[in-house]
Write a protein that binds this ligand. Structure first.
Ligand code: HEM
Length: 122
């Protein structure tokens, strides 16, 4: 169970990363055409990606808790020793920076979508 949970932490990270890239592509392409249909498509694509990103982020945190609790018993490498703690911290600082950048673009995209929702009164 722990192995599956740990694995899901990584898979959820991949989902979050792909959602982030998709949001960036969507944001870059907007406004593609100034038509009602394309704006509706833009809103619905954003809403779907937002759900995937949100659930992935929540899952990463949920599955990160047992991972950190059982790390010493389950994943600790005796060859790497204490240095792996430094590696884990560095890896996660990099992860948080990437996720932070993603959240910034997510917020920007959210603003555009809110504007369109007001415009179309939906
Ligand atoms: C946005 C937040 C996070 C992301 C994107 C993320 C991503 C990752 C990834 C990709 C790995 C695999 C690294 C590898 O195998 O080399 C990992 C490992 C791990 N994560 Fe996270 N993580 C996040 C948050 C957390 C949180 C909140 C916790 C603890 C509560 C946590 C605990 C761990 C532990 C203990 C490992 C195993 C050690 C390691 O290999 O680095 N993570 N994480």
């Amino acid at each position: 169970m722990l192995m599956v949970s740990n694995y899901s932490h990584d898979i959820a990270t991949a989902f979050l990363a792909v959602s982030g890239i998709t949001m960036w592509i969507l944001s870059r392409g907007y406004p593609a055409f100034d038509s009602k249909d394309s704006e509706f498509l833009f809103i619905s694509a954003y809403e779907s990606i937002k759900k995937i990103a949100r659930y992935s982020l929540e899952w990463i945190i949920i599955a990160g808790i047992p991972r950190i609790i059982f790390y010493k018993q389950f994943e600790w490498s005796h060859m790497a020793g204490d240095l792996q703690v430094v590696a884990i911290v560095i890896k996660h600082i990099v992860m948080f920076l990437i996720v932070g950048t993603g959240l910034y673009y997510w917020a920007k995209l959210n603003k555009k979508v809110n504007y369109l929702k007001i415009k179309h009164q939906i």
